[in-house]
Design a protein around this ligand. Structure first.
Ligand SMILES: NC(=O)c1ccc[n+]([C@@H]2O[C@H](COP(=O)([O-])OP(=O)(O)OC[C@H]3O[C@@H](n4cnc5c(N)ncnc54)[C@H](OP(=O)(O)O)[C@@H]3O)[C@@H](O)[C@H]2O)c1
Length: 345
């Protein structure tokens, strides 16, 4: 039996992965799916609207989040409109977080849209400052209240790093070493909140080494940076082998790499009569991952939802090109958070 733990901060080592025989033959090359199934039996739509401002994850200082909570609300009305456009276009999955400081815009837009709550898959994330078991429920309740819902479909631990709550002096972050090294108490509290009915599924973000403590509910999802620039084939293969669904954040390369990413599949896009963004998003879904493209522009929101089954040779071409170069990660706040190690090393 497979058992999992969330007691890790390191990156999955390639040496821990051995592809099963069938893997190379074709399991990467499925048709794009509209949904994936989680261990709970819930289905999760394969394309979501991402809700953070570009690069927010690398900029979120502890001080700004706790003491200047209005800062990230800029553009909130724009986001509310984007959510309504997305719902009209057919999206039923929204990827947000407490830290994005815009959950009320999302909640209001969903309620105003008239689309029934039960038709929509809502994800939020537990911020680093609230990993202590006694702080989790209050933070979750804040997200629920802002999102105007009584439950989340998915709640992720946003980062494999726990911050101490005090002191917040001068924005200096202090790491809670114990909870960072062993997040099991955090996970146990999340399990309790599943049993309480406030969360339907729990998962992690950027936790890449799932090993050996027994858990009541294993992580349903690991949300990680996956893009043409940072395709992480070993992690993807490992996740498939262990039945952990990956979600691709910054799937278009985020604002920093989106231009060069979308220049790459221009020829394929022309041949197929679709756009380069559609090629890249389709490639992600065909790899078997949930995709979270962020846009606040109507045309792009609609465009990003219309994915196709790429012909095998085009899929292979993109896959080969992506994995055959040095990976480039977009988001890594290790230095900004004053860590003496690289979260992703
Ligand atoms: N777990 C985490 O720590 C984490 C970290 C980062 C992100 N995320 C999630 O992942 C989502 C997406 O990440 P991201 O915003 O970093 O990266 P992204 O979706 O790869 O890129 C967003 C950028 O691409 C542009 N864009 C979107 N669609 C386009 C299209 N069809 N053509 C041309 N440009 C297009 C957007 O501009 P416009 O908006 O102007 O259209 C924006 O500049 C976030 O919203 C969040 O939900 C999670």
């Amino acid at each position: 039996m497979l058992v999992f733990t969330v007691n890790f901060r390191g990156v999955l080592k390639a040496t821990t992965w051995k592809p099963c025989a069938g893997f190379r033959k074709g399991s990467l090359h499925t048709k794009p799916k509209s949904h994936f199934t989680l261990p709970s039996g819930d289905t999760i739509p394969s394309v979501a609207l991402g809700e953070s401002a570009p690069d927010i994850a690398s900029l979120t200082s502890h001080f700004i989040l706790i003491y200047a909570p209005g800062v990230w609300q800029a553009g909130g009305r724009e986001l509310g409109e984007a959510v309504k456009i997305a719902l009209a276009a057919g999206y039923r999955h929204f990827d947000g977080a407490w830290a994005y400081r815009n959950e009320h815009d999302v909640g209001n837009a969903i309620v105003e849209s008239g689309v029934p709550r039960e038709d929509i898959f809502i994800t939020s994330k537990l911020w680093n400052s609230f990993h202590a078991p006694e702080d989790i429920e209050a933070s979750l309740d804040e997200s629920l209240s802002r999102l105007r819902t009584s439950y989340l479909d998915l709640y992720l631990i946003h980062w494999p790093i726990a911050f101490k709550k005090e002191p917040y002096l001068n924005g200096r972050i202090e790491i809670d070493e114990a909870l960072t090294a062993d997040p099991y108490p955090t996970w146990k509290k999340l399990e309790e909140l599943v049993d309480k009915g406030k969360i339907r599924n729990i998962g992690v973000s950027k936790y890449e080494n799932l090993t050996s403590n027994p858990l009541k509910y294993r992580p349903a999802v690991n949300q990680v940076e996956l893009s043409f620039g940072n395709p992480q084939p070993e992690l993807l293969a490992w996740a498939k082998l262990h039945d952990v669904l990956l979600e691709a954040y910054s799937p278009l390369g985020s604002s920093r790499q989106v231009k060069e990413t979308l220049e790459l599949p221009i020829k394929i896009a022309k041949e197929l009569g679709i756009t380069p963004a559609q090629v890249i998003i389709s490639w992600h879904v065909q790899r078997g991952v949930v995709v979270l493209p962020k846009s606040v522009h109507e045309g792009r929101i609609r465009e990003n939802f219309e994915i196709v089954a790429l012909p095998q040779e085009d899929f292979d071409l993109i896959e080969r090109a992506a994995v055959s170069k040095a990976p480039q990660r977009v988001i890594n706040p290790s230095k900004e958070w004053g860590l003496d190690y690289d979260i992703f090393a």
